[in-house]
Design a binder for this molecule. Structure first.
Ligand code: UDX
Length: 405
C-alpha cells in the first residue's frame, strides 16, 4: 500500500519513516525544498533519537517531493502541517491550503488529518471541500517519537465514512494498540482534552512542589512517587520542573481555552494550569532577586539547558528561553549552555560546556533535564535545580526547588 504524507516537519517526518518501517511505501510532500532535499539525502530536519537510522534503513520505501502531483495515485493522504496560534486563536490556513491542494490533484483521496485541530474542524472542511476526511490525532512525545508512533497507547480514528475508517484502521493495525473508532469531533476533542490534562498534571505537581518547599522534611519527589503508585493517578507527568513548554502544550491549551470561551464555557482548571506555568519563571527570578538584591546588574546567572526538555534540539516555547528573557529584562547578565539547542539569543554568553558556564557564573539555574547535568559538581554557587538533577545535600547555597528541609 502507498501512503501520502503532506508536511514533513517533526511529526510528518517521524510518521513517514515509521510507516515505511512498518512496510508501507510512503510519498512525503512539503513545500519546503530544503526539507525535501535533506530527507531525500537521509538527513531528518530535526534531531530525534533513532530517526536518522530508521530513515536510512527504509530509504527504498520513502520518496520525498515538493510536487503535489505525486499524490494523484495515492488513496490515503495524511495532513501533518502546523496549526499555530494567531492572536490567541488557532490558525488553520496551512491545513485548509493543503486540503485544497490535495483536492486539485486527487479529489477522491481519503484525507487523514493528524494536525491538531479543534473539534468541528474536519466536519467544516468536509462541507467546504466535499472531500472525505478522517481525524487521526497523534500523541507523540519528542524524544520518544518513533516508539510512540510504532507502539502508541491508543490509536484514535474519527470519521463518518465507514469505508474510510476501515482503511485508516488497516494502516495502524500493525501497532496492535487499542483502536478507538468514533466521530471526527470526538477524535479532535480527545487530543485537546488529553494534552490539556497532561499540562494540568504538570502544573499540579509544580504547585505541590511550592508547598513542599515551605514544609520542613517535605520532598515533592517522594510525594509524587507516593501519589503515582495509585493506579488512578499514575506516575507519569508528575515530575517537578520548570514548567511545560514545547510546540504543543502551550499552544493547545491556549487554543482550547479560547475555543471554550467562544462557546460561552470556561476551562478554568486549564486556565489555572497555564497561569501556574507562567508563575514558574517569576518564582525563579524572584529567588535570584532576593539573593542578589544589591548586585543584580553585575550578577551573572548561568542557565543550564535551553531546550524545552531533554533529548531534543527543540527550543519552541521553551521555559528556559522565557527565563533567559525575563532575567535579561531584570538587568541580570546571562550565561547559558545547552548540548543540543541551535538557538541564537542576543545579549547572552553561550558556552560550549557546562563547566565553563558554571565557572563564569555567580548563580546557576538547571533548566533542562539533560542527563549530563546529573550530579554536576558545583562548588560555592547559588544553585536553583528546577529539574532535581542534583542529589540532596546540606550545602546551604543549593536551592533545590521543591525541597526544603
Ligand atoms: C506533548 C504530548 O505529550 C504529546 O502527546 C503531544 O502529541 C505533543 O505534545 P511533547 O511536546 O514532545 O509532547 O513533550 P512532553 O514530553 O509531553 O512534555 C511537555 C512539557 O512538559 C515539557 O516541557 C516537559 O519538560 C514538561 N514536563 C513533562 C514536566 O515538567 N514534567 C513532567 O512530568 C512531564
Amino acid at each position: 500500500m502507498k501512503i501520502g504524507v503532506v508536511g514533513l516537519g517533526y511529526i510528518g517526518s517521524v510518521t513517514s519513516v515509521a510507516l515505511a518501517e512498518a512496510g508501507y511505501e510512503v510519498i512525503g510532500v512539503d513545500i519546503d525544498e530544503s526539507k525535501v532535499k535533506a530527507l531525500s539525502a537521509g538527513e531528518p530536519p530535526i534531531y530525534e533519537p533513532g530517526l536518522k537510522e530508521m530513515l536510512v534503513k527504509n530509504v527504498k520505501r520513502l520518496e520525498f517531493s515538493v510536487d503535489y502531483n505525486k499524490l494523484s495515485e495515492v488513496d490515503l493522504i495524511f495532513v501533518i502541517v502546523p496549526t499555530p496560534n494567531k492572536d490567541g486563536k488557532i490558525y488553520l490556513k496551512y491545513v485548509d491550503d493543503v486540503v485544497e491542494n490535495i483536492k486539485k490533484v486527487n479529489k477522491n483521496a481519503i484525507v487523514i488529518i493528524k494536525s491538531t485541530v479543534l473539534p468541528g474542524t474536519a466536519s467544516n472542511l468536509m462541507q467546504k471541500t466535499g472531500m472525505i476526511i478522517v481525524s487521526n490525532p497523534e500523541f507523540t512525545k519528542e524524544g520518544s517519537a518513533i516508539d510512540d508512533t510504532l507502539k502508541p497507547d491508543r490509536v484514535v480514528i474519527g470519521g463518518n465514512n465507514k469505508n474510510a475508517i476501515e482503511k485508516v484502521k488497516k494502516i495502524w493495525e500493525f501497532t496492535k494498540s487499542p483502536i478507538i473508532e468514533t466521530t471526527n469531533e470526538n477524535a479532535e476533542m480527545i487530543k485537546y482534552a488529553s494534552n490539556s490534562f497532561l499540562a494540568v498534571k504538570v502544573s499540579y505537581i509544580n504547585e505541590i512542589a511550592n508547598l513542599c518547599e515551605k514544609v520542613p522534611n517535605c520532598d515533592v519527589e517522594v510525594v509524587a512517587r507516593g501519589m503515582g503508585l495509585d493506579k488512578r493517578i499514575a506516575p507519569y507527568f508528575l515530575k517537578v520542573g520548570i514548567g511545560f513548554g514545547g510546540s504543543c502544550f502551550p499552544k493547545d491549551t491556549m487554543a482550547f481555552i479560547s475555543f471554550a470561551r467562544d462557546l460561552n464555557e470556561s476551562l478554568s482548571i486549564i486556565e489555572s494550569a497555564v497561569s501556574v506555568n507562567k508563575s514558574r519563571i517569576l518564582r525563579i527570578v524572584s529567588l535570584l532577586e532576593d539573593k542578589f538584591k544589591d548586585v543584580e546588574t553585575t550578577t551573572k546567572i548561568g542557565v543550564l539547558g535551553l531546550t524545552f526538555k531533554a533529548n531534543t534540539d527543540d527550543t519552541r516555547e521553551s521555559q528556559s528561553i522565557k527565563l533567559v528573557e525575563s532575567l535579561l529584562s531584570k538587568g541580570f547578565k546571562v550565561n547559558a549552555y545547552d548540548p543540543m539547542a541551535k538557538v541564537k539569543l542576543d545579549n547572552i554568553n553561550l558556552f560550549s560546556s557546562s563547566e565553563e558556564c558554571i565557572d563564569n557564573s555567580d548563580a546557576i539555574v538547571i533548566a533542562t533535564e539533560w542527563p549530563e547535568f546529573k550530579d554536576l559538581n558545583i562548588k560555592n554557587k547559588f544553585v536553583i535545580d528546577m529539574r532535581r538533577m542534583l542529589s540532596l545535600n546540606s550545602d546551604p547555597n543549593l536551592k533545590i526547588v521543591g525541597y526544603y528541609g
